[in-house]
Ligand binder design. Structure first.
Ligand code: FDA
Length: 507
């Protein structure tokens, strides 16, 4: 039996998925969205939906017994993480040996946990990484559409220059300027007007109360407030949380059948369902989408999926670094969690770096400047399916991050030389380490546009099967990815609605 039938299923509720569901529904399609995480709309016993970074509880993490914060230590001591009860928490860390990937879990995907930085890539770099995409059209049409829908906004410069909450950014800017490095303001989807009210004491605090990677209780324009809210308003979209798409196969009458596991928030499986559809859109993120397709190919369910599935993965050259400032350069006890400033050295021919100044919201003076650097690392990883464990692994060695670390070192050595400062070696685990190169916030690739799919995310030879998320981008973008993932999904679904959906429906 092929089970229940829905015309269109979208797996995931992150950026690519949310755009796709909205535009399909506007075109008249009925859409079911499957999301393995929970809805984050009900307060817990403490009256808050999300927990903070300094007091993490089970809501913080996806089925772990201890939190795994990116900045895991202080003076090499394991004082940041907490023991917790396993639960369907909002932030996942998927460990693949020498690389770990952070990802959001819940209705809204990465938009629930990310830094909110909405940055468009350099036009020449976009052209280089996605040569099949008309860059001019992206900047003219799809980036503006994505920015408007996501409610991207900028910080008030006068407020930025005066407020204690961004002293850490101003200090980092001054030090970068001494090294001849240019700084740029970063737009965000956190509502900066709300943040100013937080500072005035007229709105409840979130960014100014140490909330970010485990969710924001106020101020954040996550997808459940933007694209997904619009999708639900059409009346044609249903979101099924705590539903994990496990496998897919062809449907006899055309289309696809998904096997879906439903669980409760403690991880207990409560049902296994089969859902048939005419069109299947995979928006489960770089890891989720690639795993579904690899499993389908390797188990023989969809044996004709091509060899490009699983290839072209990269961590967007992510490297984290921290510097120790002089006692005369305090970075402030009060730090907004929302980054607002970047240091742009992407034009450096040997070591292009785009580094964002990130907070250390410890509530006390630390004299630390912390950065997430995006570098141009040409190395790529490959996903492989392991039949014995029925799980996906990543072929990625520690050495493959060498180009990223070399670039970060060249960049921050310049800042240190100009300011006579040094790195902090105590923040990234129990061993002395200046660069965190073993995790990424920006998993990209696995089903690359124009290689694993056609130029619009269609999987060749598989009518009605589409990819619509970060797995389309081949490993590197030069900036934070969600604005591009959103704009690309807008571009792709516009074409798919016009060429595939409307002609078939007779609308
Ligand atoms: P995304 O990961 O958003 O969504 C996929 C969804 O599918 C998830 O909700 C997941 O639970 C669900 N799913 C997966 N497998 C499934 C299955 N089998 N069945 C059902 N559901 C499934 N980017 C940026 O531009 N600016 C920034 O400031 C930051 N900062 C940042 C900080 C942190 C801590 C993280 C973790 C990430 C960022 N990012 C970021 C990255 C950004 O969040 C990321 O690039 C996007 O969320 C990726 O969007 P996608 O649409 O690809 O998937």
């Amino acid at each position: 039996r092929d089970g229940a039938f829905v015309p269109a299923v979208v797996v995931g509720t992150g950026y690519g998925a949310a755009v796709t569901a909205l535009r399909l529904a506007e075109a008249g399609e009925r859409v079911l969205m499957l999301e393995m995480g929970r809805w984050w709309d009900r307060p817990g016993a403490d009256g808050r939906v999300f927990c903070g970074m300094l007091d993490p509880d089970r809501r913080s993490s996806w089925f772990r017994t201890r939190t795994a914060a990116p900045l895991g230590s202080f003076l090499w001591l394991d004082v940041v993480d907490r023991n917790i009860e396993p639960y369907a928490g909002v932030l996942d860390r998927v460990d693949f040996g020498s690389m770990a990937v952070y990802a959001g879990r819940g209705v809204g995907g990465g938009s629930l946990v990310n830094g909110g930085m909405a940055v468009a890539p350099r036009r020449d770099y976009l052209q280089r990484v996605l040569p099949r995409v008309d860059a001019a059209e992206m900047y003219r049409r799809y980036f503006p559409r994505a920015r408007a829908m996501l409610r991207v906004n900028g910080i008030d410069r006068t407020w930025f220059e005066g407020t204690e909450w961004y002293r850490y950014s101003r200090v980092a800017r001054e030090q970068a300027a001494r090294a001849g490095l240019r700084s740029v303001f970063l737009d965000n989807v956190y509502d900066f007007r709300h943040m100013r009210r937080e500072a005035d004491g007229t709105a409840p605090r979130s960014a100014l109360a140490g909330e970010l990677i485990y969710g924001n209780n106020h101020g954040r324009m996550s997808l459940d407030k933007t694209y997904l809210a619009a999708a639900l308003r059409t009346g044609r979209v249903t979101i099924a949380p705590l539903h994990r798409a496990k496998s897919l196969r062809r449907r006899r009458a055309g289309g696809y059948v998904l096997t879906v596991e439903r669980s409760d928030e403690t991880g207990r499986r409560t049902a296994v369902k089969e859902i048939g559809c005419r069109r299947l859109f995979l928006g489960a993120g770089s890891l989720g989408t690639t795993e579904l397709l690899l499993r389908a190919r390797e188990t023989g369910a969809l044996p004709d999926l091509g060899p490009e599935i699983g290839r072209g993965w990269g961590p967007n050259g992510n490297v984290m670094a921290a510097r120790a400032n002089h006692g005369t350069d305090p970075t402030g006890c009060h730090q907004s969690t929302v980054p607002a400033l970047g240091l742009d050295d992407w034009d450096d021919p040997r070591h292009p770096v785009f580094a964002e100044v990130t907070p250390v919201p410890a509530g006390t003076e630390t004299w630390i400047s912390l950065y997430i650097a995006i570098t141009r690392n040409p190395e790529r990883g490959t996903f492989v399916y392991d039949r014995a464990t029925d799980r996906m692994g990543l072929r990625w060695t520690r050495d493959q991050n060498r180009p990223a670390v070399d670039a970060a070192r060249s960049f921050f050595d310049r800042v240190n030389r100009a300011n006579r400062t040094d790195y902090r070696y105590d923040l990234f685990g129990p061993r002395a380490k200046a660069f965190a190169d073993d995790f990424t916030y920006h998993p990209l690739g696995g089903c690359v546009l124009g290689r694993a799919t056609d130029s619009y995310g269609r999987i060749p030879g598989h009518p009605g099967l589409y990819v619509t998320d970060g797995s389309l981008v081949p490993g590197s973008l030069g900036v934070n990815p969600f604005l591009t993932i959103t704009a690309l999904a807008e571009r792709n679904i516009e074409r798919i609605v016009r060429q595939d959906v409307l002609p078939a429906s007779g609308r």
